[in-house]
Design a protein around this ligand. Structure first.
Ligand code: C2E
Ligand code: CA
Ligand code: CA
Ligand code: CA
Length: 277
């Protein structure tokens, strides 16, 4: 039994070491990716439901890895959050997105609302409003067309601090969105505390429309509740016409999803926008 125990221990510690090594490996490569310019921003159209027009886009990061190809955020965001690298990534995405927005304006496109994700780490660390102010100054992108997406968990971790930070961001004139709504524990009373402009209904409530009546009723209730708080509502992950039709009957303001397009590089987004007008 002793031998077996020792053997198990040896096996266990070896696998731990392997996991730790793999993590450090990704961390080192991710650090290099940031400095070597291997990150990309993809844009997913956001569509105004009444007019059917593209009015904005969500900026979503990708890692163009020379070895592995295009790596989705699910594969590196967790490690980026654990190591604090997410701060650098979010700052880079913010700047790149505002620069791209200015290039589109210069090319004669109407000004689009560009939405950027802020991680909880980034949001609760230091003063993100200074970074946002600096990027808006440097790029010239109009604050009213920049939207910052925060998750429920980011807002709820340290509520008082979160409200203070949102107030500072609001003072810059940017729009604020709560992302993945419905996946946490926010109540109506709770949402009222935060100076938000947009509520994004999580994809999981959209997925089973029209098969699941429960989900449809939840979506209806969220839209009504958000509107009573004077929030715009955007539904995420809309993949088919039935889902869109239901959202339309419920007065949902905007949607994004594969029905219109997956997230695409800037040049492709531009084509989509110009063809869809
Ligand atoms: P998210 O913020 O909820 O972004 C929406 C995700 O849903 C995106 O995945 C998008 O490609 C996907 N999606 C949109 N429409 C559909 C649809 O119709 N069907 C399906 N199946 N999926 C759809 P993506 O780009 O892989 O991003 C995953 C998550 O990674 C994001 O979820 C966000 O939490 C995080 N993320 C992405 N970019 C950034 C970033 O720059 N900073 C931070 N902090 N997080 C980011
Ligand atoms: Ca988001
Ligand atoms: Ca989301
Ligand atoms: Ca999500």
């Amino acid at each position: 039994a002793k031998i077996e125990g020792r053997g198990r221990f040896a096996y266990f510690s070896e696998s731990l070491t392997q996991a730790a090594r793999a993590r450090i490996d990704i961390e080192v490569r991710l650090r290099r990716a940031i400095t070597q310019g291997e990150l990309r921003v993809y844009y997913q159209p956001q569509v105004d439901i009444p007019s059917g027009r593209i009015v904005g886009a969500e900026a979503l990061v990708r890692w163009q890895c020379p070895i592995e190809g295009l790596v989705p955020p699910a594969r590196f965001i967790t490690i980026a959050e654990a190591t604090g690298l997410i701060g650098e990534i979010d700052d880079w995405v913010l700047r790149e997105t505002c620069q791209q927005g200015q290039r589109w304006r210069a090319a004669g496109l109407p000004t689009l609302t560009l939405a950027v994700n802020l991680s909880a780490y980034q949001f609760l660390q230091g003063d993100i409003s200074q970074t946002v102010a600096q990027v808006l100054r440097d790029t010239g992108y109009p604050a009213a067309f920049l939207e910052l997406e925060l998750t429920e968990s980011a807002l709820m971790q340290r509520e008082a601090q979160a409200i203070q930070m949102l107030d500072r961001l609001k003072a810059l004139g940017v729009r604020l969105a709560i992302d993945d709504f419905g996946t946490g524990y926010s109540s109506l009373a709770y949402l009222k505390l935060f100076p938000l402009d947009v509520l994004k209904i999580d994809k999981r409530f959209i997925d089973d429309i029209p098969a699941h009546r429960d989900d449809m009723e939840i979506v209806t209730a969220i839209i009504a509740m958000a509107h009573s708080l004077r929030l715009k509502v955007l539904a995420e992950g809309v993949e088919n016409k039935e889902q869109l039709a239901y959202l339309q009957t419920q007065g949902c303001d905007q949607f994004q999803g594969y029905l219109t397009s997956r997230p695409v590089p800037a040049a492709e987004f531009e084509k989509l926008f110009l063809s869809g007008r």
